[in-house]
Design a protein around this ligand. Structure first.
Ligand SMILES: [Zn+2]
Length: 97
């Protein structure tokens, strides 16, 4: 009987990892890309990439956008907004109205 077999894969950076799903993401690369601190580290990977791919890597840059604009970014979901809002508040910032 065929179980959900894990297959050994090697990513572009030479990391070996096992995956049973079709997800092509290398967990080691994913981990290395993750910022150790800052508001980006609190976000899910897709949400983080959504901001980074739009050139947003700081709260100051984030505060130049409205929530509506942020939600149009591919990968950004409504679940990430409270985290972003809270991170902005800590710095005395807020989204554009
Ligand atoms: Zn890798």
């Amino acid at each position: 009987m065929a179980k959900s077999e894990k297959t050994l894969r090697v990513c572009d950076n030479g990391h070996e990892y096992e995956k049973s799903s079709d997800c092509p993401t290398c967990p080691i690369c994913e981990q290395e890309r993750k910022p150790e601190s800052g508001f980006l580290s609190t976000l899910s990977a897709p949400a983080r990439r959504a901001l980074e791919s739009n050139g947003i890597t700081s709260l100051e840059q984030l505060s130049n956008y409205s929530e509506k604009e942020i939600l149009t970014f591919h990968g950004m979901g409504p679940a990430s907004l409270p985290k972003l809002r809270a991170a902005l508040e800590v710095e005395g910032l807020s989204f554009q109205k």
